[in-house]
Structures are given as structure tokens and as C-alpha cells.
Design a protein around this ligand. Structure first.
Ligand code: NAP
Length: 247
């Protein structure tokens, strides 16, 4: 049995990622902080034929992380895929108006929570033959893309969310380097601008298109990359293809 754990899987890109991994034969651990929403999502996936199991998980709550980890260990013994998908986008619109409170809140979920969960699950990922870790990041965390004067992100100067994704990119690189000589691959995903609750459904890509980026990185073969930011290139290069983005 191959198992994949997806955080924030009750809706949006996370739900679609769980659905697509289920279609590909994974037993999917559908994680959500809200019991009712997560339970309903797992039920929908089971109704569609997937082996989907709801696991309560708030990445900012150490007790919830410990409970979920113990459950994965007790019930599955190892973990093949971890998709760190849960994220929030909050904060003020310009850097100089950023508050400490919004910086802390966004970093707690988008950076600290991912480190906490990854460290907790790493022993189980090491027990799988060739685990894959996917950190769902964003092109807005690409320093080179933000600095393209002619690019669509030039006018973005809000701080908390882009800075958290830039930090997540470095988190990805550091895990990739630590695990370089193991079969585990660690990459950051750029879903592109997808219509979800995160952005008031204003994105021009579908959640499924965003999820396909995570699924690609979750199912990389032995010859696939580690330590890259991969996904939608429309904002970094103006391309319609997926590929490696600059950091
Ligand atoms: N949409 C885009 O255009 C876009 C672009 C680039 C990157 N991303 C990234 O893609 C990921 C998924 O976002 P989305 O667009 O699908 O947004 P979404 O529909 O708002 O989904 C976010 C998910 O994260 C969960 N979550 C938030 N805080 C959590 C916590 N502390 N513990 C566990 N789960 C938590 C949410 O749970 P609740 O339902 O309980 O709130 C929800 O399931 C995020 O990391 C986001 O930054 C999105």
C-alpha cells in the first residue's frame, strides 16, 4: 500500500490533490483542521472510489501534529508522500503597513507548521522506499519573479504571504540538501494563480490544474529533481508550460 498525506485537503488545491492521488492508487490521508469539513471531504472522495481516510490536523497545533503522526505510524507504519499544502494568505497590502501579528500568523501556518509536521513525519517517510515531500509554495515567493519590472508581480508589495513562501522555498532547499543522498526528494510546488477561497476565487487556473503540479512532484521517478521550485511559469516567464522557476 502506498500512502499519501495531504494537509488542508478539505477544499481547494488540497482537495483536488487528494482526489488525483486517490485516482492514482494512493491511500490518501485527507487532513483538515475542521472535523466536519475534513470528514465530508474524505467521504466525497470515498464515494468517488478513492481509499480516503480523514485525519484531523491543524499544522499550528503541536498536539494535533503529534496525534496525527502517531495515527499514521500506528495504522500505516510508513508514509510515501507528504504534501504540505495547508496555507493562509493574510496581511496588509504594503510592506510598511505590515503588522507583527499578521507576520506571525502567516509564518506560523506557512513556515513553522510545515517544519513541525515534516520533522514529525520524517521517520515514517524514511521507512518508505522512496518518499516524496511536496511543499506547496508560490511564484510570489520567487525573489527573481518579484523583481521582474515588466512582470505581473511588480506592483505587489504586501509582505507576509510572499515572504512566508520565500522562506518556505529555503526550507525546501535545506531539507533537499540534508536528504540529498537518500531516495527522498523534496521540492516546492507552484500551483499558479488558481481560483480558490484563498484569493476570493479570482485565479485564472482551476484548483485541479494547481493540484496537478503537486501530483507531478509527489510521483517523481528516481531520475526526477530534488530541491527545485516547479510548476506554472506564467508569472515568472510568461510561458503556458510547467517547469522550473527561478528562486
Ligand atoms: N490559490 C492560488 O492561487 C495559490 C497560488 C499559489 C500557491 N497557493 C498555495 O496553495 C495552497 C492551498 O491553497 P488554496 O488556494 O487551495 O486555498 P484554500 O482553498 O483557502 O485552502 C487552504 C487550505 O489550508 C487549510 N489550512 C489553513 N490553515 C491551516 C492550519 N493551521 N492547519 C491545517 N490546515 C490549514 C484550510 O483549512 P480551512 O478550510 O479550515 O481554512 C484549507 O483546507 C496554499 O499553501 C497556498 O498558499 C495557492
Amino acid at each position: 500500500m502506498t500512502t499519501a498525506l495531504v494537509t488542508g485537503a478539505n477544499k481547494g488545491i488540497g482537495y483536488e490533490t487528494a482526489r488525483l492521488l486517490g485516482e492514482r492508487g494512493f491511500t490518501v490521508l485527507v487532513c483538515a483542521r475542521d472535523e466536519a469539513a475534513g470528514g465530508a471531504a474524505a467521504q466525497r472522495l470515498r464515494d468517488g472510489g478513492a481509499a480516503a481516510v480523514f485525519v484531523q490536523l491543524d499544522v499550528t497545533d503541536p498536539e494535533s501534529v503529534a496525534r496525527a503522526t502517531k495515527r499514521v505510524e500506528d495504522e500505516y507504519g510508513s508514509l510515501d508522500v507528504l504534501v504540505n499544502n495547508a496555507g493562509i494568505a493574510k496581511g496588509e497590502w504594503i510592506a510598511s503597513a505590515s503588522t507583527v501579528a499578521s507576520m506571525r500568523e502567516v509564518y506560523e501556518t506557512n513556515v513553522v507548521g510545515i517544519v513541525a509536521l515534516t520533522n514529525a513525519l520524517l521517520p515514517l517517510l524514511r521507512r518508505a522506499p522512496a518518499a516524496r515531500i511536496v511543499n506547496v509554495s508560490s511564484e510570489v515567493g520567487s525573489v527573481a519573479t518579484q523583481l521582474r519590472r515588466e512582470g505581473p508581480l511588480w506592483r505587489m508589495t504586501g509582505l507576509a504571504y510572499p515572504a512566508s513562501k520565500a522562506a518556505l522555498n529555503m526550507v525546501t532547499v535545506m531539507y533537499a540538501k540534508e536528504l540529498w543522498d537518500t531516495p527522498i526528494k523534496v521540492n516546492a510546488a507552484n500551483p499558479g494563480y488558481c481560483a480558490t477561497d484563498l484569493n476570493g476565487n479570482s485565479g485564472y487556473r482551476t484548483p485541479e490544474q494547481g493540484a496537478l503540479v503537486s501530483v507531478h512532484l509527489a510521483t517523481l521517478g528516481e531520475d526526477g529533481p530534488t530541491g527545485v521550485l516547479w510548476g506554472d511559469l506564467s508569472m515568472s516567464h510568461g510561458d503556458t508550460e510547467d517547469g522550473v522557476l527561478p528562486w
